[in-house]
Design a protein around this ligand. Sequence first.
Ligand code: TRP
Length: 326
Amino acid sequence: MKKRILSGMRPTGRLHLGNYVGALENWIRLQDMYFSYHMVADWHMLTTDLKHTGDVAENSIQVVIDWLSAGLDPKKSPIFIQSHIKEHAELHLILSMLVTVARLQRNPTVKEQARDLGLEAQMSYGHLGYPVLQSADILVYNPHAVPVGEDQAAHVEITRELARRFNHIFGPVFNEPETVLTRFARLPGLDGKKMSKSMNNAIFLSDDPKDVQKKMMTAYTDPLKIKKDDPGHPDGCVIMAYHKLYLPESAEEIECDCKAGKLGCVAHKRQLAQKVSSWLEPLHERRTYFDANRDEVIDIIKDGDMRARKQAQEVMGKVREAMQLG
Ligand code: TRP
């Protein structure tokens, strides 16, 4: 029997290279080693945005299309939508009794998010409980591991505490899932900051070669390298970071050429834009297929929902039994 994992992502819209590197790449690699559940965390969107709830359903489908285009195989691993499996809400309620408000207020990821969004003084009860819902998402499949980026590790720590606490009070039901971190550190956005849809610094998986080229030309490189023959400093250069990822075999040589003033930033950007576009080509072909065959995508989600629900119901049966809830 393969071990189980549960992975999740919020449906924030079209996915970008940062989402791929920070999450999807890991999921695709792990789907052969584990039995993987892949979840669109649509309820988690409600914690920060109640004005656009009408967009969530379509965004969820778009995320699934991006996943399928990137290479997730729904035959191997169910793809499903959180809000379709009501057991998450039931377990969330139970887990919410097992954690103190003070513990949730100490969570660094929620703190940071509240600060970024200017929500500190008016955070909702549901938003504070974000990691508890996430813990329910995870534990309701009783997985052995959770693949996440570093920013999510604090949430998984709460999940492990909740599993331990439940087991301690009611008897052993849950595994304490391990964190499987992504292989790559963050991919910088075009401006050198974290790649993010809202920062306007992202290359999307659906960008065509013209967009990629145009965006790549705006990327932040070495500000001291003005002419081609100026010696460059590739350390903080965004294009160099992409180079290491997409053309690792020539990264060292290129670094030398840049430092020696043999390679100009514009030529380097052009080369990378081409490479990224050819890497994206098969993804675009699959996206075109799924865009034209939406019914197939809906069927994939229905099938994933069914398989996920079966596992979630089984675990909830054990939870109720352990708690003698009848
Ligand atoms: N919190 C995750 C994010 O912001 C999304 C998420 C929700 C998740 N539930 C999860 C991730 C369960 C892993 C497991 O990206």
